[in-house]
Ligand binder design. Sequence first.
Ligand SMILES: *[C@@H]1O[C@H](CO)[C@@H](O)[C@H](O)[C@H]1NC(C)=O
Ligand SMILES: *[C@@H]1O[C@H](CO)[C@@H](O)[C@H](O)[C@H]1NC(C)=O
Length: 173
Amino acid sequence: MASSALVLLYTLCVLCYTYSLQTLAMASSQSCRGLHLQYYTHEIRGGPNNTILLAAGTNQGGSFSDGRWGSFFVFDNMIKAGLSADSKLLGKITGTTVLTVKAGGPVQFLAQHIFGEGSKYNGSSFTTIPGGIIPGGTGYFEGYSGYGQGVEQTVVPAEPRHVYLWDVCLSKY
Ligand SMILES: *[C@@H]1O[C@H](CO)[C@@H](O)[C@H](O)[C@H]1NC(C)=O
Ligand SMILES: *[C@@H]1O[C@H](CO)[C@@H](O)[C@H](O)[C@H]1NC(C)=O
């Protein structure tokens, strides 16, 4: 049963963050026939401006790398226009990551993508649930649903900053 649940999780997983949050195949941007968004999210994994916290569960209070099966992270990361630390701030992505798979692998990632002053979608937001599914949004995104995924970038500003390129496809339902 555990293994079939795993297979199902892998099969359903569009947002395939690995436990190390490293490898992910990028969905083809060309396949999006609706509203196509791309932006970068910046996560700071330590220091005074930390944006992710090992908040509960296994190794609670530890640093990012202390995450194990049962760890529950909360994050309040930045949405930016580019890879570099000084690129324009567009909003924030805030939510939870839970390490639910004992052997490592996909994580349960739930996030609200909230666009602010720097974005043309100022005041609007949408949510991604596990599987990368976007069930709906507010403001400009009202009436849209779709899917999205973030891929960690390998050429990025120095630690403790980690940057993901998000590729989002939304359609009116
Ligand atoms: C943390 O953020 C503050 C306020 O933006 C900034 O002045 C400071 O340089 C940052 N510290 C580090 C280590 O990035
Ligand atoms: C962004 O949205 C906020 C809240 O809806 C509003 O107060 C502000 O004036 C907007 N800013 C811009 C630049 O549109």
